[in-house]
Design a protein around this ligand. Structure first.
Ligand SMILES: [Zn+2]
Length: 477
């Protein structure tokens, strides 16, 4: 617990982020380089993210299951692109029970292969389809450059894996889950996202097509916040997942996979945070409301606490915390809860007791502008309205920020220039060469070809050839 200030977000964004994650007690560094310990406050946020997603998965017909952490090495080798993509990041187990293993095992980097193997056993006929399974778990990818939540060796996520009788059904599922992620990001996390198709270069190893939601962080870089992949029959053929159709013909299934991870915690921090600390979206905030009683004497204390008790009872449906610590000042408490991003603070002092009011202080609006005095009557309704207002207002602020920092450069030189300060939405001929050139000249990559495209055609911002699609370019996490 400390009241130290953070580095300024504008001056040193990266240090601001690193210190915030630790000072708000979201996560800490583990003894193994690149691993992360998620602390209770960070895990509580993740649990709320899980709940928001899990409800949506179930509403769209999915069920949860659990598959093993260890996968035979040979499984990965069955899909050529998949093994190429993941080999450099693998953690391999070669000794078990003190003996060298006959076949090395990998710690799962993702579970397409083991799930594909099981689906081949379970799926026999069209009556077994579709299979709509999600798994909540952890995976390991041996990353070289790591940052808490954004890129760690081990991370937590969900991975959905579905199998379908037709290509069209699998495509529909892929886009349905992209929409589920979009709805969650926008409605629950107040994070504006663009939905789109990844380029061939940026797609998932083994996918036919990958889609993503991309969000702009507070330093204008992009963060891929969730992905959904149409895997075609690549894994079905590699693992021989076949079914008998209506006409008794043996056919390969069509599969999808989709995932969202603890990276999303990083997205929330970097979309909404400010120099005072986190700003939690009310719908996901582990603590939505903190009550700080204010008193100077024992007499005041007992009068104030009586009202605090009454208010607490009335607000029982909110995630509420009463900070009645007597060893620190109210000012210390304010800073402390601002650091943790609690959306609404309610102050109750002797004057409020006399007047029958309480003071609201909005986390998203520092200082006097965010302060108001409200009557103690119908407090639950007032708190509900205020949290909804904060939820809406931080979304709009983030959306305005993205719009203000998205450019339409007129030529290649300007594209490279704007890559230092934001996103560009530009015509692109979809060639790998043009994409590679942008990366070499600016470190920016294509983020996604947005599903919502403008009418007409244009000229590729890089080579000048005809282009039918616009793409987002940006530096990314
Ligand atoms: Zn081009």
């Amino acid at each position: 617990m400390s009241n130290d200030k953070l580095p300024s977000r504008n001056e040193n964004y990266s240090e601001w982020y690193n210190q915030l994650v630790q000072k708000a007690e979201l996560a800490d560094y583990a003894p193994v380089r690149g691993c992360m310990v998620v602390r209770p406050y960070g895990w509580a946020l993740w649990e709320n993210i899980q709940a928001g997603l899990d409800r949506r998965f179930k509403e769209t017909g999915h069920v949860n299951a659990a598959f093993p952490l260890l996968i035979p090495m040979s499984f990965l080798e069955k899909e050529k692109k998949h093994v190429e993509g993941f080999s450099p990041e693998l953690a391999v187990v070669t000794i078990g029970g003190g003996e060298k293993l006959e076949e090395p095992l990998i710690v799962r980097p993702t579970s397409e292969t083991i799930i594909g193997y099981m689906y081949a056993k379970w799926i026999k006929s069209y009556r077994d389809l579709p299979v709509l399974i999600n798994q909540w778990g952890n995976v390991v990818r041996w990353e070289m450059r790591t940052r808490l939540f954004l890129r760690t060796l081990e991370f937590y996520w969900q991975e959905g894996h579905t199998a379908h009788a037709t290509s069209q059904e699998a495509e529909e599922e892929t886009l349905r889950m992209l929409d589920v992620y979009t709805d969650f990001a926008v409605s629950d996390a107040a994070v504006p996202v663009v939905r789109g198709l990844k380029s061939e270069r940026e797609k998932f190893a083994g996918a036919v097509r990958s889609y993503s939601i991309e969000a702009m962080m507070g330093d204008t870089r992009a963060l891929q916040a969730g992905t959904s992949h149409f895997l075609g029959q690549n894994f079905a053929k590699a693992f021989d997942i076949q079914f008998l159709n209506w006409n008794n013909d043996l056919q390969h299934v069509w599969t999808t996979s989709w995932g969202l991870s603890t990276r999303f915690v990083g997205a929330i921090i970097m979309t909404h945070g400010d120099d005072q600390g986190l700003i939690m979206p009310p719908k996901l905030a582990p603590t939505q409301v903190v009550i700080v009683p204010i008193y100077k004497s024992e007499e005041e204390y007992s009068r104030v606490m009586e009202v605090v008790k009454k208010v607490t009872a009335e607000l029982k449906d909110f995630r509420l915390h009463v900070d009645d610590r007597s060893e620190v000042t109210p000012g210390f408490k304010f800073n402390d809860w601002e650091m943790r991003g609690v959306p609404l603070r309610i102050e109750i002092g002797p004057k409020d007791v006399d007047k029958g009011t309480v003071a609201f202080a909005r986390r998203d609006m520092p200082g006097r502008a965010g302060k108001s005095f409200v009557p103690q009557t119908q407090l639950a309704a007032q708190v509900g309205d205020m949290l909804a207002l904060i939820q809406k207002s931080i979304y709009e602020q983030a959306l305005t920020f993205r719009e203000d920092n998205t450019y339409d450069p007129k030529d290649y030189a300007e594209l490279i220039e704007v890559m230092k300060k934001g996103w560009a939405l530009s015509w692109w001929c979809e060639s790998d060469a043009c994409e590679a050139k942008v990366k070499e000249d600016s470190k920016a990559t294509t983020r996604c070809i947005p599903l919502d495209q403008p009418d007409g055609e244009g000229k590729c911002i890089v080579c000048g050839q005809n282009a039918s699609k616009k793409v987002y370019f940006s530096r990314a996490y």
